[in-house]
Design a protein around this ligand. Structure first.
Ligand code: SAH
Length: 280
């Protein structure tokens, strides 16, 4: 969908875009193609799309995948999408398209579906991008691949490694289950209306073997959140809030972590090791 078509469509339907819903539509054909390529689609793929908007990405997903479930919060856009991707046409091509009018975050929390065989491919609403990823990207029910466009600042946090300035809670909560595979910047000018910030598309692959068993995940989250609760403080001191100091010192020694270390220097593997030591 070209920018001119997008503008005309919004004007004829009298749709005023809502900033709080993060309505910045991607109209750049090259970037849309890059996103689709990154998703490595086949007709066997089931795709979850959150925030389809006017459907520029949805159209390409339907061309390249076998099933698409799109969740859109804005009723005006849902109505438009229903007209645009009418069922009869899709049926003849053996495609399944489901469109839900819902708040995606509330839906994901309520339904707790198994997305294990699904891929998430979406240009996310930025205000809820991080909570949606955290909700979706955890444990055995998580999608096998995530190709998400979001704020550059959040993308940097998702791709960060130990010692980077963007490394933190979001990095670790997502990277526990996903290996960051790729990311590319998408300039503001590719969206209508132009957002205030630059964007990036991140590609995350679910790990083949989970780094921690299901019952230790809660401990991992607790350690990570506590360790980063005050970035400048020694981690050992912070963790003393939750664990006896002797146990912590033993764990640190076993994992060869310096007692004065701060959380931002610790690798994912070290956080995993710490979780294992502290649950024993
Ligand atoms: N994917 C489209 C639109 C991106 S804009 C494109 O690339 O052009 C973000 C979209 O998410 C908007 O359509 C907005 O209405 C929708 N949205 C915002 N908050 C949402 C929520 N909580 N759940 C589902 N959709 C939401």
């Amino acid at each position: 969908m070209k920018l001119s078509e997008m503008r005309e469509l919004l004007a004829t339907r009298g749709i005023q875009l809502t900033k709080s819903l993060g309505q910045n539509f991607l109209h750049d054909g090259n970037q849309l193609r890059r996103i689709i390529e990154a998703a490595e689609l086949s007709k066997a793929d089931k795709i979850l799309e959150i925030g389809p908007g006017l459907g520029p990405l949805t159209e390409l997903l339907l061309e390249n995948a076998g099933e698409v479930l799109a969740i859109e919060k804005d009723a005006r856009l849902v109505e438009f999408l229903r007209e645009r991707f009418g069922h009869s046409k899709l049926k003849t091509q053996n495609l399944t398209f489901n469109l839900l009018h819902a708040d995606a975050l509330a839906f994901l929390k309520r339904e707790r579906r198994d997305w294990n065989e699904w891929k998430l491919v979406a240009n996310l609403p930025y205000s809820v991008a991080s909570p949606i990823l955290v909700e979706l990207a955890q444990g055995a029910r998580a999608p096998r691949k995530i190709v998400a466009t979001l704020q550059l600042e959040v993308a940097r946090r998702l791709m960060a490694g130990a010692g980077d300035k963007d490394y933190g809670v979001l990095t670790l909560l997502v990277q526990l289950d996903y290996a960051p595979a790729d990311s590319f910047k998408i300039p503001k000018g590719c969206f209508f209306p132009e957002p205030d910030v630059d964007s990036a598309c991140v590609v995350l692959d679910r790990r083949g073997t989970p780094l921690l068993p299901e019952h230790q995940r809660g401990i991992f989250v607790k350690i990570v959140k506590r360790a980063f609760s005050q970035r400048r403080k020694m981690m050992l001191k912070l963790l003393r809030e939750d664990w006896p100091v002797e146990k912590l010192e033993r764990a640190f020694a076993e994992l060869k972590i310096l007692v004065q270390e701060r959380a931002e220097k610790l690798s994912l593997e070290q956080f995993v090791g710490l979780t294992q030591c502290l649950t024993e």
